[in-house]
Design a protein around this ligand. Structure first.
Ligand code: UDP
Ligand code: MG
Length: 132
């Protein structure tokens, strides 16, 4: 069965939106097969966001992502990787359509509430990274 790695970000925790994000996953019919709350450090963020580690705004991402707890989940289902990206909406909450998580709850492209793997291959790498 296809799997993806979903992670609520610290702003979702701070704003009390973790439950609503989980509800959207469940309403779609996907199964959460593992879940844990964590505090991330800079080292794991350098791995997880390796494609952004050279960007000038990377320190802000680290500050944001270490500002509170994240909730990591393994989510299973047919086509779950692409479907969850659609349910989340694109990176920038102002571009994301209403009805998506980011479209409904985010208004910028940094604090956007949720992470979801962008390919089946990366999903397996991320699940290993966060769940071992
Ligand atoms: N990000 C940011 N500014 C940018 C691009 C990305 O703050 O210009 C942050 C944002 O939180 C985003 C994360 O870095 O979700 C990872 O970026 P990516 O391009 O992988 O977007 P995603 O896959 O999360 O939509
Ligand atoms: Mg990404």
């Amino acid at each position: 069965m296809e799997r993806t790695y979903i992670m609520t970000k610290p702003d979702a925790y701070e704003r009390g939106l973790v439950g609503r994000i989980i509800t959207r996953i469940e309403e779609k019919g996907f199964k959460i097969t593992d879940m844990k709350m964590m505090r991330l450090d800079e080292n794991i963020l350098k791995e997880h966001y390796a494609h952004l580690a050279d960007k000038p705004f990377f320190p802000e991402i680290v500050e944001y992502m270490t500002s509170g707890p994240v909730v990591g989940m393994i989510v299973e289902g047919n086509g779950v990787v692409d479907s969850m990206r659609k349910i989340m909406g694109p990176t920038d909450g102002l571009e994301a359509m209403p009805g998506t998580i980011r479209g409904d709850f985010a208004n910028n492209k940094s604090e956007n509430l949720v992470h979801g793997s962008d390919s089946v291959e990366n999903a397996e790498i991320e699940i290993k990274r966060f769940f071992g």
